[in-house]
Design a binder for this molecule. Sequence first.
Ligand code: PLP
Length: 376
Amino acid sequence: MSPKLARFLDSGAFSTPALICDLDRVRDNFNALQAAFPRTSIYYAVKANPAAPILDTLTRLGSKFDAASIEEIRLCLAAGASPAEINFGNTVKKCSAILEAWHAGVNLFAFDSREELDKLAQLAPGARVYCRLAVSQSGAEWPLSRKFGTDPVDARTLLVEAADRGLVPYGLSFHVGSQQTGVGAYQEAIGIAAMVFTDLRCRGIDLTMLNIGGGFPVRYREDIPSMGDFGAAVTDALRQHFGNDWPQLMIEPGRALVGDAGVIVSEVVLACNRSTDGDRRWIYLDIGRFGGLAETEGEAIRYRISAPSIGGPDNNMVIAGPTCDGVDVLYREAATPLPERLASGDRVLIHDTGAYVTSYASQGFNGFNPPEEHYL
Ligand SMILES: *Cc1c(COP(=O)(O)O)cnc(C)c1O
């Protein structure tokens, strides 16, 4: 943990649950990603954490933005981003949102269906559009299911139609799933995208851009490849499939920019043994699935939890949230060691919680408020 975060923790100037986030770390992550992906435009996936201090920090660093909704577009504009640097990356958009974005000057829109293309042709005539491909998400710990993307043949057809309808067929995108722990998924997807580029060139359409999405992982409990490994693998695949004629590259990192910048401080509400669960020790925290730790569903994202101020031997605990809902259990299968002495009123740290936590918190379920947020 950075000295800045440690000092703030010592100050006690907050109540729990609280997310405490180091903006220097966001800056360092941005610079590391840019170094690993030179000549690539970084579009921050706002949904990972839309807090104004994060958007301000990234705007000053020259980041661009990937927005999922008109509300996120407004947040980016309020942070000083230029509309030319905003990508409306959701392939499922309200008509009113397309209209407002287009009139605000946003000129990059994703689609993956003919119906969405119809909306764009009508509401944002002449806009730059790109088609999202469905690709393998194997290796991703938080996959995005079959909800998005289309196949290469359909993408080709739709991009030809886009041109016929006066839109600018600008490029292709894919997303290999979030917390993607392997480099192979990117390489395979680049190969598929390259075939569509070639096919379209034969039909007189020269695409400009390839958006390889987000998915870059955070080191939670297990080791992951470095950002440099991802950059090198992507470069290799581009050389192999595009030769010297590379498209403009775009990435949309969310988690990798903000995940390890934040830590949640939480109070133990109850620590007890459950005779109905083989006498295992249960730790109930004041934040759980509904307080923002939604990615613990299925124990998919396994945050590191520590209790640095409490000594003594560790034991594997079951970790649960404070609500009366039965699904509000964070970890039961994943071994989560915490001090045996841990008791009601003690504090624990849930590490690397800067991404996909505050934005997932429910409003007052069981009366509990979303976590406080402090950006330093
Ligand atoms: C969620 C999302 C991202 C960000 O994903 P991370 O895994 O946080 O990097 C990028 N692009 C699209 C289209 C997304 O849906």
